[in-house]
Ligand binder design. Structure first.
Ligand SMILES: [Fe+2]
Length: 239
C-alpha cells in the first residue's frame, strides 16, 4: 500500500482517448439496451416489488418470563418495546463491527509510518471502548429480557449498510486517509445512533438504560472529533 496519493497511468477518463470516447458516445445512441425499458419502467417495477416484499425479519419474542412480563406491562401502558429492542440490536451489531473497523485500521496504521505511538494507543483505546459499548447494549437487552444474540431487523439492515465501510478499511490497498474517511462515515452514524437510542429509551420509560448510555455517547463524540481531525491532518500533510 502506498500512503500518498500519486499521479499514474489512469485510463478511466474520457480525456485519455477522445476518439474512443466519441465512438462510445455514438454507440450509446445507436445500440439499444440489452433489457427493454427505461427509468419509468424501472420505477414501476421497483414500486411493484416494494408492494409485494416482506419485511426484513422480526423482533424476537422475549425468551425469559421477566422479559414477557416487561413486554406485557409496556403494552398495557401504551408503549411498544419492539422498536427499542430493535434499535438496541442495531447498536449492538454496529459496535461489534466498530471493534473490527478499529482492528483493521490498527493493522494499517501500525505499518504506514506516519502514525505515532500516542495515536496507536488512542486507536487501541477506541477499539476497547467499542467493545465496552457492545457489552453495555448486551446488559440493557438482558435487563429488558430480550435476547442479545438474536439478529433484529435493524441489526440486519445496519450490517448491510456498514459493509462498504468494513470493505474499505479492510482493503490492503486503501491508504490511511481513505480508511479514516470510511471510519468517519461510521462514527457520524454511530453518534446519531446513540443520541436516538437514548431518546428512545427515555420515551419507552427506561431512564436507567438511557442514563447508562450517556458515557458511551460522550466517548463516541471523542471518536468522531478525533477521526475528523486526523483525516484533516493527513490530507493537509499530503498536500
Ligand atoms: Fe466509535
Amino acid at each position: 500500500m502506498q500512503n500518498a496519493t500519486k499521479m499514474g497511468l489512469n485510463y478511466t477518463g474520457a480525456q485519455m482517448s477522445p476518439i474512443d470516447s466519441e465512438a462510445m458516445l455514438k454507440a450509446s445512441q445507436e445500440v439499444p439496451p440489452d433489457v427493454p425499458g427505461d427509468e419509468r419502467k424501472l420505477a414501476v417495477v421497483r414500486s411493484e416489488e416494494v408492494t409485494r416484499a416482506d419485511s426484513v425479519g422480526s423482533v424476537p419474542l422475549p425468551g425469559s418470563v421477566k422479559g414477557m412480563l416487561k413486554t406485557a406491562l409496556n403494552k398495557l401502558t401504551g408503549v411498544s418495546p419492539e422498536m427499542l429492542i430493535d434499535k438496541l440490536g442495531e447498536r449492538l451489531a454496529f459496535e461489534r463491527t466498530g471493534v473490527r473497523l478499529y482492528e483493521a485500521l490498527l493493522a494499517k496504521a501500525s505499518v504506514v509510518g506516519v502514525v505515532d505511538d500516542t495515536q496507536l494507543e488512542t486507536l487501541q483505546r477506541f477499539r476497547a471502548e467499542e467493545a465496552e459499548h457492545f457489552q453495555l447494549v448486551v446488559a440493557a437487552m438482558e435487563k429488558l429480557g430480550a435476547d442479545p444474540s438474536a439478529m433484529t431487523p435493524c441489526a440486519d439492515v445496519v450490517g448491510v449498510t456498514g459493509m462498504g465501510v468494513l470493505q474499505t478499511i479492510s482493503d490492503p490497498r486503501t491508504n490511511l486517509a481513505q480508511s479514516l474517511n470510511a471510519l468517519l462515515t461510521a462514527e457520524l452514524t454511530d453518534n446519531a445512533g446513540w443520541e436516538l437510542l437514548i431518546e428512545l429509551a427515555d420515551t419507552c420509560g427506561q431512564p436507567e438504560i438511557a442514563e447508562s448510555f450517556y458515557k458511551a455517547l460522550s466517548q463516541e463524540q471523542v471518536h468522531l472529533q478525533t477521526v475528523r481531525s486526523w483525516l484533516r491532518d493527513e490530507i493537509v500533510r499530503q498536500v
